[in-house]
Design a protein around this ligand. Structure first.
Ligand code: FMN
Length: 439
């Protein structure tokens, strides 16, 4: 009977000490130069000491023009000695305590914020609306074939740098509506060439990138991807297509498939209903009839049936009972955790030792009062914004840990929200001033 404390052997031959994966969480810690720094070391050292088997970094970008937010680390082209040394320090700090530290690699595609770049790149010209009244994005331009080939090279280069600087694996971010998942989506990818159309064509960028990375990093280096179980949007990447992609992935040398779901328009990854508020366009994920805390488990089970690659599921896991049940039922092999590690960085040690039987459910405790948004706000909007604001609450806790402080669980949601937007706006301006080629 598999349990959370059991080790796991990956197809590449690497052994992971337990069944916990710290899921990627954007840190926002880099200065405008987009180079890692001491704060990354402090943060990842704390998480390594906290007991996770695999720690996946927040998304590291492969192109400074198309990032997820200011504060991302960027690995693009040949790295300076300063950047290489910083990455080596980061990997050293994050691999303590026999922890694996995998770098998540990403290209933000059409989800590049407007405050960073007024023009983004995407498979086709399908702009994103402004979301939640505050999130505005660059206008997408269709990628040319040579630009697509260049993006593969950018991912390969970043993976090689990750390996060279001591990271023990990489993960491609192919979920949540960033570029690799945009290619998978029939809504966003309307190309008629070999990169669009059938699911084989739409998954070509992802599959080619995995294989190109494998060629360079060798057989023993873990490669993972994060994939949506569905975009949960009408006309988007569906659950049936996700199963088809899983079958295709089975023929690659992938070591771990992490399952999530949703995009910015429908932030299912965090069980946020919809930021777009056009509910007609979105589909709510179905939970299993059995009471289960992890909300993608039902989808993961169907994927597990068609693959032999180890499977991680992320989203909602909180109790040892829920986690062990999922492992024992064979629904997944690895438990992904995000938000709990922002408020309780030591939670994995505590769950494994039995000191705690569940992470604290801060996401159910943090609420704006209705007075904050105005009494006329529709209840659904308030709920949606409340949950979205919890992400900013997590961002602020990440900053605290990175500065060597204790987390502040009494931090108000509204203050976290305001402080984040103040800092993000200032950081975006500084980033644009530093990188002179952004619009
Ligand atoms: C603060 C924060 C930052 C995140 N950043 C990323 C990211 O950079 N890459 C990614 O794949 N997912 C990101 N996510 C999603 C998480 O990896 C995870 O899928 C999600 O939080 C659901 O897991 P949980 O219920 O354990 O929190 C982020 C989530 C949070 C809360």
């Amino acid at each position: 009977m598999t349990k959370i404390s059991d080790n796991l052997l990956l197809p590449c031959g690497v052994e992971i000490k337990n069944r916990f994966l710290k899921s990627a969480m954007t840190e926002g810690l880099a200065n405008s130069d987009a180079i890692a720094n001491e704060r990354h070391n402090t943060l990842y050292n704390r998480w390594a000491k906290g007991g996770v088997g695999i720690s996946v970094t927040g998304n590291v970008q492969v192109d400074h023009r198309y990032i997820e937010r200011a504060g991302n680390v960027v690995i693009e082209g040949k790295q300076s000695n300063e950047s290489l040394a910083a990455l080596a320090d980061w990997s050293k700090a994050g691999t303590q305590n026999n922890t694996h530290l995998w770098m998540q690699l990403s290209h933000a595609g059409r989800q590049t914020p407007f405050s960073i770049n007024k023009e983004s790149r995407a498979p086709s010209v399908q702009p994103l609306p402004t979301l939640g009244g505050v999130l505005k994005f660059g206008v997408p331009k269709e990628l040319s074939k040579s630009e697509i080939l260049n993006i593969i090279d950018q991912f390969v280069n970043a993976a090689e740098v990750a390996k060279q600087t001591g990271f023990t694996g990489v993960q491609l971010h192919s979920a949540h509506g960033y570029l690799l998942s945009e290619f998978l989506s029939p809504n966003v990818n309307q190309r008629t060439d070999e990169w669009g159309g059938s699911i084989e064509n739409r998954s070509r960028l992802l599959i080619t990138t995995i294989e190109a990375i494998r060629d360079k990093v060798g057989r023993n280096f873990p490669i993972s991807i994060k994939l949506n179980s569905s975009d949960f949007q009408k006309g988007g990447f569906s659950h049936e297509e996700s199963i088809e992609v899983a079958k295709i992935l089975n023929n690659t040398s992938l070591d771990l498939l992490e399952i999530s779901g949703g995009t910015y328009e429908n932030f299912t990854a965090l069980e946020i209903d919809s930021l777009n508020l056009k509910k007609a366009k979105t589909i709510k994920p179905q939970r299993s009839t059995k009471v289960r805390e992890a909300y993608f488990l039902k989808y993961a089970e169907a994927i597990k049936e068609v693959i032999s690659i180890p499977l991680a599921v992320t989203g909602g896991f909180r109790s040892t009972e829920g986690m062990n049940n999922a492992l024992q039922s064979g629904a997944c092999d690895v438990i992904g955790l995000g938000r709990p590690l922002c408020s309780e960085p030591n939670i994995v040690n505590e769950l494994i030792s039995g000191e705690k039987r569940s992470a604290t459910l801060y996401e159910n405790m943090l609420e704006f009062g209705p007075w904050i948004l105005g009494l006329n706000s529709p209840i659904s909007l308030m709920r949606s914004n409340n949950k979205a604001a919890q992400v900013y609450w997590c961002y602020r806790q990440i900053l605290k840990i990175a500065d060597g402080n204790e987390v502040d669980t009494k931090l108000g949601l509204f203050k976290a929200f305001l402080d984040h937007f103040r800092d993000d706006s200032a950081n975006s301006k500084k980033y644009k001033a530093f990188w002179k080629d952004l619009d």
